[in-house]
Design a protein around this ligand. Structure first.
Ligand SMILES: [Zn+2]
Length: 156
């Protein structure tokens, strides 16, 4: 992560950094997700196949939707907590990103939204959760749908 990457992130809100992990490490995680997909497909009732399969890919059955692998697969969680990645993210967002995982975030999200709705400074009351929301698109999406459910615009 260099100054150009950081500038891009500040401008675009996202950044792709090549070469954080070795090709063999990424291949292992891709294989893990493929096995997950195959196990999922094997148990899928025929009536649901059309929804989950990508009709544009003819060569083999390809899933177009697997939910949040970081919440389901230890191999992905391990990459997400790897210091090479956490170090890069903390250089963008500040320290403390790795203190809270998605599971803890999910457990505490109700209380966070409750604070927001009552007009309290939720980010000041729960800084680790606020930091996690900034860095995690999946939990941010969860937060936004919860906010929409409860009423009011998301504050993030
Ligand atoms: Zn998360």
């Amino acid at each position: 992560m260099d100054a150009i990457d950081i500038g891009f992130y500040r401008h675009q809100g996202h950044v792709t950094v090549n070469g954080v992990f070795a090709a063999a490490e990424m291949d292992a995680v891709v294989r893990d997700i493929e096995q997950w997909g195959e196990a999922f497909l094997a148990e899928l009732p025929p009536a649901q196949r059309a929804w989950y399969l990508d009709g544009g890919v003819q060569a083999r059955a390809v899933l177009r939707k697997l939910d949040n692998p970081h919440a389901h697969r230890p191999a992905v969680q391990q990459l997400a907590r790897d210091l090479r990645l956490v170090g890069s993210i903390e250089s963008l967002l500040g320290p403390g990103v790795s203190e809270l995982g998605c599971d803890e975030c999910f457990d505490q999200l109700d209380r966070y939204v409750e604070l927001e709705v009552t007009g309290a400074d939720a980010a000041a009351a729960m800084p680790a959760l606020a930091a996690h929301l900034t860095g995690c698109p999946a939990c941010r999406e969860e937060h936004e749908s919860l906010r929409a459910l409860v009423g009011g615009e998301p504050a993030v």
